[in-house]
Design a protein around this ligand. Structure first.
Ligand code: MIC
Ligand code: SF4
Length: 643
């Protein structure tokens, strides 16, 4: 067996490990973050479960930390109290970004982790099968329910050789993205093997696993070896170590060979993480802003390399350099060893340990800016400045470019950037609040501020649905298009009515008004619709606006699950020409749709009342999902089962 099969089979609840078939797995750990977490806990409460059934569930507060009004602070207190009541640990704001902290303090090789954040696969860096999902799926897993998924294919990403100086782990994953594209990982697990793996530290592996999300992959996984043991030992957690590797004769569905010796510094150009080219080829474009941080590149070793590059130098006069260390552990260590002072002296603007600019929470660049960032996504408008171009690079490329003022290949640096894994990381978990002991749940009062509004729940599928195509979209529409997130909107993640005025506005500003005027309808999209975030809001808000079906060329994994969980039909065009034949505002009718869905057949007929033509779509769902769509979503199904 390969490693993926070993971990999945040890957790298998139902199904067979045959790619494409539905399986369900037992979840050992969960994580939530605050911007998806408020909704996930409201849903958890709606399930009526007293105490979580997982080995460890942690709620992180790391996204909405700007607190420009009462909203975020209210949500923080809600999360802090609801988790305390129900057996969940709570990592307070300031403790760090969920994926970085989870890797440092809680991740255990061989365990499964389900997180309400698409970058949960970061845990693959430490040998976990770590999967991103919608908040409702995570709520169900916290309540002891299995996680249902399509059994993935396993891709062997075989690494040989060793990275050259100033070429980074980030360049490895950018190379994978260059070769496979943002759709290339859908339905697959990327499993890293080969002699090159041993040359990579756990945080470097985590950088690669983190950005597997940008491939659309179910997850990515590395073996657990002596490097892993050393990392866990330095975290005071050697007891969590288990050696894990694929069998010598393990079979894989596909193989990708990467020779680390030949890699060069790479950059993903605006506005897609797969628009990858070499830094050398893109050339010395003028840079306005550099952001170093995010869950992709903010480990102790990343930050130390940056400090070494900046030490004794000054940031270019026309560049704003912003640095956000990934966790309080990292920040404390930088503060103690003087590296933080080197960064500050060079002119870096230091941010708190949180997601920050990665999700547009502050530091939006100026109009038309070039911003070099070490995070994982450069989707249109995500930085908060739609006209800005975001370029994704390694920490080394970002730091040297902040000094020169132009995109610069870090191989020009004549310095040793090797930072060994420390013997001991700084360990201080005093910002991780424990839950109350079993039996004491009633002593906790859950605090709810006025920002917490009821969320929409789907209703049983009707016999006939008819509605206008309120928007026709291109390929690769991201969740940042569907439900934008930035400093103005993130505070309203528990307020769906407020968010509804911004739905799909990066595609068409007039969409929300039209959807409200028409009292709902349908959407039409190209391939890979809904790539990116795990945010359920990208399904809940369209549900609130009355969207009943989305007809697309194909869907991204998490978003498709979120649509089904909320009772919205994800229909795929059987033939691409039918996409071309639809015009925005055409009226589509799904006749006898309840009977069609209940019948179990994959082909669903859609009638275009405006053109008079009928076309075929496919509804690729499992029996379980069929039940959900008929009932109007997962919450209704679970409630029916509980009843
Ligand atoms: C992201 O990177 O897009 C986010 C913000 O972390 C999201 C979660 C969210 O939308 O709250 C994700 O990756 O799932
Ligand atoms: Fe936070 Fe950015 Fe990572 Fe999402 S990708 S978890 S916003 S740092």
């Amino acid at each position: 067996m390969n490693l993926t099969q070993k971990i999945l089979s040890a957790h298998l609840v139902t199904g067979r490990l045959v790619p494409g078939e539905e399986i369900s797995i037992r979840i050992d750990q969960t994580l939530t973050q605050d911007s998806t977490g408020t909704m996930a806990y409201l849903q958890f409460e709606a399930l009526g479960v007293e105490r979580v059934c997982t080995k460890k569930s942690v709620a992180y507060i790391d996204h909405n930390t700007l607190q420009t009004g009462f909203e975020n602070a209210d949500d923080h207190m809600y999360i802090q109290t609801v988790t305390r009541k129900h057996g969940i640990w709570c990592s307070k704001p300031g403790n760090g970004i969920c994926h970085q902290v989870n890797l440092e303090r809680f991740g255990v090789p061989g365990m499964t982790l389900l997180g309400s954040d698409s970058h949960t696969p970061t845990g693959g860096g430490i040998g976990m099968i770590a999967i991103g999902a919608g908040g409702l799926d995570v709520a169900v897993a916290m309540g002891g329910g299995a996680y249902y998924m399509t059994c993935p294919k396993v891709v062997n990403v075989h690494l040989t050789g060793k990275l050259q100086p100033c070429v980074a782990a980030k360049d490895i994953i950018l190379e994978v993205l260059r070769r496979l594209s943002v759709k290339g990982g859908v339905g697959k697990v990327m499993e890293y093997t080969g002699e090159g793996v041993a040359t990579l530290t756990v945080p470097e592996r985590a950088t690669i696993a983190n950005m597997g999300a940008e491939l659309g992959a179910t997850t990515s996984v590395f073996p657990s070896d002596e490097v892993t043991r050393q990392f866990l030992r330095a975290q005071g957690r050697e007891q969590d170590f288990t050696p894990l590797a694929p069998d010598g004769d393990a079979a894989y569905d596909e193989t990708l060979e990467i020779d680390l010796n030949t890699l060069q510094p790479l950059v993903a150009c605006p506005h897609m993480p797969d628009r990858v080219d070499t830094v050398e080829h893109v050339g010395p474009i003028k840079v306005d802003q550099v952001f170093i941080g995010s869950c992709t590149n903010s480990s102790y070793q990343d930050m130390m390399r940056v400090a070494r590059i900046l030490k004794g130098k000054t940031v270019h006069p026309e560049v704003s350099l912003v640095i956000g260390p990934g966790s309080r552990q990292v920040l404390t260590m930088l503060a103690r060893n003087g590296a933080l002072a080197d960064m500050i002296a060079a002119g870096a603007r230091i941010l708190e340990t949180a997601c920050g600019p990665c999700i547009g929470m502050g530091q939006s660049p100026r109009t038309g800016a070039v911003s070099i960032r070490t995070n994982n996504r450069n989707f249109y408008a995500r930085s908060g400045t739609a006209s800005a171009g975001i370029y994704l690079t390694s920490c080394e490329t970002a730091a040297v470019s902040a000094l020169t003022g132009v995109l610069t290949d870090p191989r020009c640096l004549d310095m040793d950037l090797t930072i060994p894994t420390p013997e001991h990381f700084d360990i201080n978990d005093n910002l991780v609040l424990p839950p109350v002991a079993p039996g004491e749940e009633d002593t906790v009062q859950v605090v709810r501020g006025p920002n917490i509004q009821p969320f929409p729940i789907g209703h049983a599928l009707e016999e006939n649905i008819s509605g206008k195509v309120l928007l026709k979209m291109e390929d690769n529409i991201t969740t940042d298009h569907i439900m934008p997130s930035n400093a103005k909107l993130l505070p309203y993640r528990s307020n769906i009515p407020h968010l509804s005025d911004y739905c799909l506005t990066p595609v068409d500003e007039t969409f929300p008004a039209r959807a409200k005027q028409e009292k709902g309808g349908m959407l039409v999209a190209g391939a890979n619709y809904g790539q990116g975030s795990s945010r359920e809001h990208a399904a809940l808000v369209p549900l609130y606006l009355g969207i009943r079906a989305i007809v697309a060329k194909s869907f991204a994994r998490i978003h498709r699950d979120n649509l089904i969980n909320n009772g919205i039909l994800p229909l795929e065009f059987a033939e691409e020409k039918d996409y071309d034949a639809i015009t925005q505002m055409d009226v589509l009718t799904l006749k006898d749709i309840r009977t069609q869905v209940a019948s179990g057949k994959e082909e669903i007929l859609v009638h275009n009342d405006t053109t008079g033509k009928t076309f075929t779509t496919r509804l690729k769902i499992t029996e379980r999902q069929r039940g959900m769509l008929l009932a109007g979503g997962l919450l209704n199904t679970v409630k029916e089962q509980n009843a």
